[in-house]
Design a protein around this ligand. Structure first.
Ligand SMILES: Nc1ncnc2c1ncn2[C@@H]1O[C@H](COP(=O)(O)OP(=O)(O)OP(=O)(O)O)[C@@H](O)[C@H]1O
Length: 451
C-alpha cells in the first residue's frame, strides 16, 4: 500500500513538474527526444546483443597488449548521423569490415524489440552505409502527412509508408501504374488522393470512370476530359492516341537534327522541349478497368479490342509524349482476354490494397516482387487503405493514404479549377459543368437514392 502511495505521489509530482496540459507538439518533441536518448544510450549493447558487432581490429588488440591496457571490446557499426523525425528517428550507420547490409536487415526485428520501437526497417544507401529508420508508433493507424513535402512537377505525395517516410507518385520515373484491391479496400480513396495532389500542378487530368462516373465526375472541374461508359472511353482513348501522335510530330519537328546540333540540344521527350513549346502532360485515371475489358456481344468485343489496343499503345509510347496511365481495378489478369498481360507488363508501378486471394496479389506482384504477394494477402479487412506498393526494382513497402473524403477532394479540385487546361484534341470529352441533373428515383422502393 505504501509503495502504491509513493508511486502515485511520484507520478503526481512528475505531472505537476511537467505541467500535464502541454500542447501536442511538446509531447511529440518530448517523446522523440526520449526515444533518441534511449537508442543512443543503449546502442552499443543492443548492437552487440543482436550480433551486429565485430571483434576489435588486430592492431588495437596488439596496442592494448603492448601498453598494458584493457582489451578493447567488439565494435558496433559507427553512427554517421542521427536524424529525429516526426515519427521516430533515422540512423545512418557505417558498417565495419566483414558486415553487410543484409545482416542489419535480418536483425531489424531484434532491433525493434531491443530499442522498444514500433517498427525498424533498413536499406543500403551505398556500399558500407546503411540507413535504419525507426518508428515509435503505428504510423499507418491514423495517417497524418507531414505539412511540408518535397513536391516537384509530376511528383506528388500520396501516402505514408510504414517507416514514416512519404510515398510519392513520381510520373517521370514510373510513368504508368496499376492499383489493385478487393471491393472496399481503399482504391478510390487512393485515387482521390492522387487527384487532390495533382490538382495544383500544371497537368491535364483525364478520367475514365466505369462506375457510371460516381467517383470522378464530382471532381469534374479539374478534369479536362471524362468518360463514364465503355463507348465514350473507347473514343476518348483513341483521341488520346492521336494527340500522342501529334506530340511525337512536334518533338520530331523540334529535334532539328543536323550535323552541327550538339547532343544536348536534341529533344527525345516533351521535357526536353522549350517550356513555351512543351505540351501539357496528361495523367489518365481509369477506375474499374475490368469493365472496359468485359463484353457480351460481338460489337462489345470489337469495342473492347479498340480500348485495349489504345491503352497498350499509350502504355508503350505515352511516356515520351507526357501521357501517364493510372489504372485501377479489382483484378487485372489474363482472364480478361488477350492484350491484358502485355498491357500489365508496361505498368511499372504496382500497388495492391487488400485482396481476397493469392492470384489477385500475383497479378500485381507475381512478376516483380514475389515477397510482396504474401504481404498483400495479409492486409487485414479492418484497415481499408493499407496497401503494398512495389516497382520493378523488386523493393516493396506497406503504405496507407490519408483518408480524404469525396467532399474534401471536390473542394480541392474546385479551388484549382482555373488550372484545368484545354486540350484541343480532348475538347469533345470536356465535362459539361452546370446545375446537377435531377436524380433519378429508382423503381425499387428499398434501393438507396442515387448519389
Ligand atoms: N486510407 C484510408 N483510411 C481510412 N479509411 C479508408 C481509407 N481508404 C479507404 N477507407 C475507407 O474504406 C471504405 C472503402 O474505400 P473505397 O471506396 O476507396 O474502396 P474501393 O476499393 O474503391 O471499393 P469499391 O471497389 O467497392 O469501390 C470507405 O468507407 C473509406 O472511408
Amino acid at each position: 500500500m505504501t509503495s502504491l502511495i509513493v508511486i502515485l505521489a511520484l507520478v503526481a509530482a512528475a505531472a505537476g513538474l511537467l505541467r500535464w496540459r502541454r500542447p501536442a507538439w511538446f509531447w511529440l518533441t518530448f517523446g522523440v527526444t526520449f526515444a533518441v536518448l534511449r537508442v543512443l544510450i543503449r546502442y552499443g549493447s543492443v548492437m552487440d546483443a543482436c550480433g551486429l558487432t565485430v571483434p576489435a581490429a588486430r592492431w588495437r588488440l596488439g596496442l592494448a597488449r603492448m601498453t598494458n591496457r584493457p582489451v578493447p571490446g567488439p565494435r558496433a557499426p559507427r553512427i554517421l548521423r542521427v536524424r529525429p523525425t516526426r515519427t521516430g528517428l533515422v540512423l545512418r550507420i557505417k558498417l565495419r569490415p566483414g558486415q553487410d547490409a543484409f545482416d542489419v536487415t535480418a536483425s531489424c526485428d531484434r532491433l525493434r524489440h531491443s530499442f522498444a520501437m514500433y517498427g525498424v526497417t533498413s536499406r543500403e544507401l551505398r556500399s558500407g552505409v546503411v540507413e535504419v529508420r525507426m518508428t515509435g508508433y503505428d504510423v499507418l493507424k491514423r495517417v497524418q502527412m507531414p505539412a511540408l513535402t518535397d513536391t516537384r512537377p509530376m511528383r506528388v505525395p500520396v501516402a505514408l509508408r510504414e517507416d514514416g517516410s512519404v510515398h510519392f507518385r513520381d510520373y517521370r520515373t514510373v510513368p504508368h501504374a496499376l492499383t489493385l484491391g478487393a471491393t472496399e479496400s481503399g482504391k478510390s480513396v487512393y485515387q482521390r488522393n492522387l487527384v487532390a495532389s495533382l490538382a495544383s500542378q500544371r497537368v491535364a487530368l483525364v478520367g475514365i470512370d466505369c462506375k457510371q462516373g460516381v467517383e470522378l465526375f464530382p471532381l469534374a472541374r479539374r478534369f479536362s476530359a471524362l468518360a463514364d461508359n465503355p463507348d465514350s472511353a473507347a473514343e476518348l482513348l483513341e483521341a488520346l492516341v492521336s494527340h500522342m501522335e501529334d506530340v511525337y510530330q512536334l518533338i520530331r519537328a523540334e529535334q532539328r537534327i543536323t550535323a552541327d546540333v550538339p547532343d544536348a540540344g536534341v529533344a527525345a521527350d516533351i521535357w526536353d522541349l522549350r517550356e513555351d513549346l512543351r505540351p501539357i502532360p496528361i495523367v489518365v485515371l481509369v477506375d474499374e478497368v475490368a469493365e472496359l475489358a468485359l463484353f457480351a456481344t460481338k460489337d462489345e468485343e470489337k469495342r473492347r479490342d479498340r480500348i485495349i489496343t489504345a491503352l497498350a499503345r499509350l502504355a508503350q509510347l505515352g511516356r515520351a509524349a507526357g501521357i501517364y496511365l493510372e489504372i485501377c481495378g479489382q483484378r487485372f489478369g489474363s482472364e480478361l482476354g488477350k492484350g491484358i498481360t502485355m498491357l500489365r507488363a508496361q505498368l511499372t508501378g504496382r500497388t495492391a490494397h487488400r485482396v481476397n486471394d493469392e492470384s489477385s496479389a500475383n497479378m500485381a506482384f507475381g512478376d516483380i516482387a514475389p515477397d510482396a504477394v504474401l504481404a498483400a494477402i495479409q492486409i487485414p479487412t479492418d484497415t481499408p487503405g493499407v496497401a503494398v506498393t512495389g516497382d520493378s526494382t523488386g523493393g516493396w513497402a506497406r503504405i496507407r493514404a490519408p483518408h480524404t473524403s469525396l467532399r474534401q477532394a471536390v473542394n480541392i479540385c474546385n479551388r484549382h479549377a482555373d488550372l484545368t487546361p484545354d486540350v484541343p484534341a480532348l475538347a469533345p470529352f470536356r465535362p459539361a459543368l452546370g446545375a446537377p441533373a435531377p436524380a433519378l428515383v429508382p423503381a425499387v422502393e428499398s434501393a438507396p437514392a442515387a448519389a
